[in-house]
Write a protein that binds this ligand. Structure first.
Ligand code: 5GP
Length: 197
């Protein structure tokens, strides 16, 4: 998505060589028009998959996920960060290591919202090491539902997330691929010499 790459270039702030801040349009203030296009693009990519539910993780996955849910006309479900007291038998759960916070937390999804016959599209804002998406896929497996794929707004392709998801036999579709954050600047995979995506 050209528009997304332009937004990342113009508004993205390189925090260090691994972290990109996009608070201006995705992680704090949200560009609703851009998110609508994000939702439409995921719909085009996965429309033949019989998707019945969009699954994400709170909080920053919710904006792109809800826009995708609107296009598919299915519910948007988000995994919540759990307190031990909320970890009952009625929930599916996974431990997810946060790349940005460097902490591990348990996330839960109530078993009333995910069932065997669900076909799930996992959506997240970023793909780094893949822990968030793998944790969500674990929750889908606990429900004996199936994952059609993972839709990512910004993939950092210099990190191992895609490989780990593909090793788990998940289809990964990202809307823009950041190849490097070196030198305090964003370089997209599409800009690298000799690379075609
Ligand atoms: P992963 O689980 O793939 O390692 O990391 C993905 C999760 O970490 C996403 O849910 C996202 O919130 C957060 N994340 C990873 N990398 C970045 C980044 O460069 N910037 C921001 N803002 N969040 C990130």
């Amino acid at each position: 998505m050209d528009l997304l790459e332009r937004k990342v270039k113009e508004d993205g702030i390189v925090i260090d060589e691994k972290i990109l801040k996009v608070d201006g349009f995705l992680n704090h203030q949200i560009d609703a028009g851009l998110m609508q296009q994000v939702g439409q693009t995921f719909y085009e990519q996965f429309k033949d998959e019989g998707i019945t539910k969009i699954l994400t993780i709170e909080a920053s996955g919710i904006a792109p996920a809800i826009m995708a849910a609107l296009q598919f006309n299915v519910p948007c479900l988000f995994a919540k960060k759990a307190k031990p007291s909320t970890l009952t038998q009625d929930v599916y759960h996974a431990d997810i290591h946060s790349f940005t916070k460097n902490t591990t937390s348990t996330v839960i999804v109530s078993n009333e919202f995910l069932a065997k016959d669900d076909r799930v599209l996992i959506i997240d804002d970023f793909l780094a090491n893949g822990d968030a998406s793998l944790g969500l896929n674990e929750i889908v497996k606990q429900a004996q539902a199936s994952t059609a794929g993972v839709g990512i707004v910004i993939e950092k392709s210099f990190q191992p997330g895609r490989q780990r998801l593909e090793d788990a036999e998940l289809r990964v579709s990202s809307l823009c691929k950041v190849a490097s954050l070196q030198g305090n600047k964003v370089t997209f995979a599409s800009e690298e010499v000799g690379t075609q995506i």
